[in-house]
Design a protein around this ligand. Structure first.
Ligand SMILES: [Fe+2]
Ligand SMILES: [Fe+2]
Length: 202
């Protein structure tokens, strides 16, 4: 559906149904127009939420936003592609709402916009990061071994070794969030896959 056409159709209008089963094509044209407009702003909503990590140290040497910027900067300077860098930037965005499962939150947000491997890295980075500290908390540092048979095991271990576990240096010259904002907007401008959006080949 054409975004501009959708916006014009939907401007100031609302669907008439009180139960979904009463819905009409006209109702859904209105809703679809609103949806496309709303979806086009997803990058800005994500960036706004990412800023909530600023100043949140939790005992670490750097705040969670600086850790995110540093992880992304290290990945970028190592020549990673834009989708990977955006994954690196957002990998801990779930710390606020997903206190007990933060990788799942980030993985869900980025899933439509990244490769299967990048999504897997994001979703499993918590277990792989444990390699560096779980033993200090009476836990199994090798908990990642349960994923040894995954084709993405090495990629996730590499993400943690090179970028995530390395991104707690207060003296590192991380790029500012503004540096990454255009990347986030480009990557989130169009999903690679989503049940709500037809792909170009359809
Ligand atoms: Fe994390
Ligand atoms: Fe992290």
């Amino acid at each position: 559906m054409d975004i501009k056409t959708g916006q014009m159709k939907s401007a100031g209008k609302s669907a008439k149904f009180r139960e979904m089963k009463e819905g009409t094509a006209e109702d859904w044209a209105i809703i679809q127009g609103h949806y496309m407009e709303f979806a086009s702003d997803v990058a800005d909503r994500v960036l706004t939420h990412l800023k909530l990590l600023e100043g949140d140290f939790g005992g670490f040497p750097v705040c969670r936003l600086e850790h995110s910027l540093q992880t992304a900067t290290r990945a970028h300077r190592d020549g990673r592609g834009e989708r990977y860098v955006v994954m690196a930037l957002l990998h801990d965005i779930g710390d606020t709402l997903g206190t007990y499962n933060h990788p799942d939150v980030a993985a869900a947000i980025i899933k439509p916009f990244v490769t299967e491997e990048e999504h897997w890295i994001c979703q499993h980075h918590g277990a792989f990061q444990g390699y560096y500290f779980f033993h200090f908390l009476g836990m199994d540092k090798d908990i990642r071994e349960q994923f040894r048979d995954s084709p993405y095991f090495d990629a996730c271990a590499e993400f943690c070794e090179k970028y995530d576990q390395a991104a707690f240096d207060p003296d590192y010259d991380s790029e500012p969030l503004e540096f990454f904002e255009p990347m986030v907007r480009r990557v989130m401008a169009k999903p690679l896959s989503s049940m709500y959006v037809e792909d170009d080949a359809a």
